[in-house]
Design a protein around this ligand. Structure first.
Ligand code: HEC
Ligand code: HEC
Length: 446
């Protein structure tokens, strides 16, 4: 009885197997593939709810990424008084003001879709005064300066200013003019000189008090960073070793984030919104209580911040969702040599051993993606500033979008060729010049 029961089950399985194998052959697609037909999935009643929720999350997250200051105008405006510097004396502020030309020169970007048609026409005809800070204020009123929001009173006088994620992690496609175009969310703004912008603040006593240094020293530290860089840990440990602003796309499937693997996307989002941007919210990370490693953070209780009302926490779910939905943009067709890239791909996965760490298609390790510096042939100083003592294996998609400021956390290798030369030496790969070139073409194609 028992045995025959099993025999009949086995027969059924066998029959089912044969039938599905026949179906597979007939249809030319696997069973799993036929299930994963988008049309069919969308028709499942329970899925329409999931899909509409996902859509809603993405739209909400995008709005937060682009427009939410989390209340950080309390810092950028009220504390640093940057709005006064932008307006200039003639418009109720101080100094000579910041003209649109200056704003573009420090890497700020203009969203062409926020400009009314009449203004675009005038711009095209050269009838807009790009040297007048009043024009900058007009752009701010239009919400056209990416990642920066001005707050105005009823008389049109600027009262404060706040910043958004998009400031550092967006660019434009320059379709209207250099620095003016369609938003490219997630792209690292390699033109943005964050340090120089903060250094414009008339009163840097906030930094001076925290770091126990004269304001002039702070100003020269900030001015030393240059475009495309920022030191997110300056106010934790008082060290000045800025890192490149990385892209905020292509992050789905990646475990640890930031150059030194601070945590997940949402951990870092809360960190940045509260500790870097100065938003009103909650941030908890007891690793910051380590007096030796993070003296300034530990003394000031940065590991446990509870500012109310909390304007950050409720935004985190959709904000994370949006970043995970941002794919790395594919390389333009003629931007790399296809044949060489194909050869480079083989090298990447075999002889050059790159794929042991940069595991395709996410190009970082599934799992704990951190390494001590010696495994990639560099010193450990920046890794030791982080909480986990390692460098995170950088996900490599979209490298072509950030070629301006070098590679590795501090931009030490100017070109991809330099990166490959470095690995060739450090890992004794013995690649020929031709093989190195092919690897570079492959990296450009990702
Ligand atoms: C002032 C510029 C600046 C702003 C504003 C900013 N970031 Fe960043 N972001 C950086 C820098 C610099 C790093 C790298 C930090 C490090 O590794 O030490 C980074 C890292 C990241 C990473 C990790 C990327 C990776 O490859 O793992 C994510 C995700 C991110 N930021 C998202 C955000 C979000 C979301 C916001 C808004 C809440 C934001 N950032 C605001 C400069 C900025
Ligand atoms: C042992 C693991 C490991 C191996 C093997 C490895 N990498 Fe990396 N890779 C890393 C880590 C970790 C970083 C981050 C370095 C940093 O933060 O300074 C990195 C960074 C990079 C970057 C810089 C990305 C950026 O945005 O700046 C490139 C490009 C790169 N690797 C390409 C390669 C290539 C090509 C190979 C093979 C020749 C390779 N890697 C082999 C771990 C590895």
């Amino acid at each position: 009885m028992h045995a025959s029961h099993w025999t009949s089950i086995r027969k059924q399985f066998l029959l089912g197997g044969i039938l599905s194998a026949m179906l597979v052959t007939l249809a030319g697609v696997s069973y799993a593939e036929s299930l994963w037909s988008q049309k069919k999935l969308e028709k499942f009643p329970q899925n329409s709810r999931v899909l509409s929720d996902a859509r809603q999350m993405i739209l909400e997250g995008q709005h937060t990424f682009r427009f939410d200051t989390f209340g950080d105008e309390v810092f950028w405006g009220d504390t640093l008084q940057l709005h006064q510097v932008i307006a200039g004396e003639k418009n109720g502020g101080i100094g000579s003001g910041v003209s649109p030309r200056m704003a573009l020169a420090v890497g700020l970007k203009i969203d062409r879709h926020a400009l009314p048609r009449s203004l675009k026409k005038k711009l095209k005809r050269g009838r807009v005064n790009l040297d007048d800070p009043a024009t900058t204020l007009t752009l701010l009123k239009l919400n056209a300066v990416i990642g920066v929001t001005g707050f105005f009173d009823d008389y049109g006088t600027i009262q404060s200013i706040g910043i958004q994620c998009a400031l550092c992690h967006s660019r434009v496609n320059d379709s209207f003019a250099p620095g003016i175009g369609k938003r490219l969310d997630g792209w690292a703004n390699q033109d943005l000189n964050v340090g120089a912008i903060i250094a414009l603040a008339p009163d840097l006593s906030f930094y001076a008090n925290l770091l126990n240094l004269p304001q002039e020293t702070i100003r020269s530290v900030l001015n030393s960073w240059g475009p495309g860089k920022f030191d997110a840990q300056l106010l934790l440990d008082g060290k000045n070793e800025p890192t490149l602003i990385p892209p905020a796309f292509g992050l789905a499937g990646v475990n640890l984030h930031t150059w030194t693997g601070w945590g997940s996307v949402t951990h870092w989002n809360a960190f940045v919104a509260v500790l870097e941007m100065g938003g009103q919210g909650t941030f908890y990370d007891p690793r910051l209580n380590d007096e030796d490693k993070f003296p300034i953070a530990a003394q000031n209780g940065f590991g446990n911040i509870r500012r109310t009302p909390d304007r950050v926490t409720a935004k985190l779910p959709a904000l994370q969702f949006y970043q995970l939905a941002l794919q790395a943009p594919p390389a333009p067709r003629k931007s790399f040599n296809k044949i060489a890239a194909k050869k480079g791909k083989r090298l990447f996965n075999k002889k050059a051993q790159c794929s042991t760490c940069h595991v395709p298609p996410i190009f970082t390790e599934p799992g704990w993606n951190l390494h001590p510096g010696k495994e990639i042939g560099i010193e450990n100083s920046q890794a030791e500033r982080g909480p986990e003592q390692g460098y995170r294996t950088t996900p490599l998609k979209g490298l072509w979008t950030h070629m301006k400021r070098g590679f590795f956390h501090d931009g030490r290798f100017q070109t991809l060729q330099d990166v490959v030369n470095h690995y060739d030496r450090a890992l004794t790969l013995e690649l020929s010049p031709d093989e190195k070139q092919s690897l570079v073409e492959y990296l450009k194609s990702l």
